[in-house]
Write a protein that binds this ligand. Structure first.
Ligand code: ADP
Ligand code: 5GP
Length: 202
């Protein structure tokens, strides 16, 4: 019997290092994939359509919302982002584990719809370090950085209902913590029964 894929839902204030951390664990676990979201945001330098995001127009995004194509969607920092239902259906059917890099509003929508997932919140070590990272990333204009800093406190206040919190201070330690969570979640009894239940009559 094939087990369902696990959804690792990862949220963080922008600049905490979520993308960098997720890329690292995607390299470690070959069976783990990044859930590619749809967004109305313009691509940053180096971002590839279909790999980082599906970059769509506002009209196309609204058409998808009206068509009920999203499992969750939200407006974040002035742009729309959403996870397609068909991305999650594919994970369920093919047993593919996914990392969903989505904001707290989207994570909450999935929780309220009782979509099974492991909710992980990434914190920066401090607000001053968060600003340093946003500025150091050199990809957003100063007004965009201000919007993201202004939104950080509200996002961080949501950390309390997540299953796990990781403080991304020393990068290797944070990678190890995220890696450990992924390994532990694979050993859950409900999943292991599907893998070894027949053999041992469990
Ligand atoms: P997010 O996806 O959460 O917005 P990024 O992954 O783009 O954040 O990281 C923001 C910046 O911080 C990047 O320049 C990244 O290299 C840097 N960064 C990530 N983790 C750490 C860390 N533990 N220590 C120092 N800098 C980090
Ligand atoms: P960025 O513009 O930096 O790539 O992402 C901005 C924010 O949008 C991040 O907090 C990211 O997690 C969030 N985000 C990306 N994709 C989705 C999505 O599909 N749904 C929701 N709700 N948020 C998303």
């Amino acid at each position: 019997m094939q087990r369902q894929g696990i959804l690792f839902i990862v949220s963080a204030p922008s600049g905490a290092g979520k993308t960098t951390l997720c890329r690292e664990v995607l390299d470690i676990f070959p069976g783990l994939r990044h859930s590619v979201s749809f967004t109305t945001r313009a691509p940053r330098n180096g971002e590839v359509h279909g790999r980082d995001y599906f970059f769509v127009s506002k009209d196309e995004f609204e058409r998808m919302v009206r068509g009920g194509e999203f499992a969750e969607w939200a407006e974040v920092h002035g742009n729309c982002y959403g996870t397609a239902l068909r991305t999650l259906a594919e994970s369920r059917e093919k047993g593919i584990d996914l990392i969903l890099d989505i904001d707290c509003q989207g994570a909450l929508q999935l929780k309220e719809k009782q979509v099974a997932g492991v909710n992980i919140f990434i914190l920066p070590p401090s607000y001053s370090e968060l600003r340093r990272r946003l500025e150091g990333r050199d990809s957003d204009k100063p007004d965009v950085i201000e919007t993201r800093m202004n939104n950080a406190a509200a996002e961080i206040s949501q950390a309390r209902w997540y299953d796990y919190i990781i403080v991304n201070d020393q990068f290797p330690k944070a990678v190890e913590e995220l890696r450990s969570i992924i390994i532990a979640e694979h050993q859950r009894t409900a999943l292991m029964l599907a893998a070894v239940g027949n053999e041992f009559k469990l």
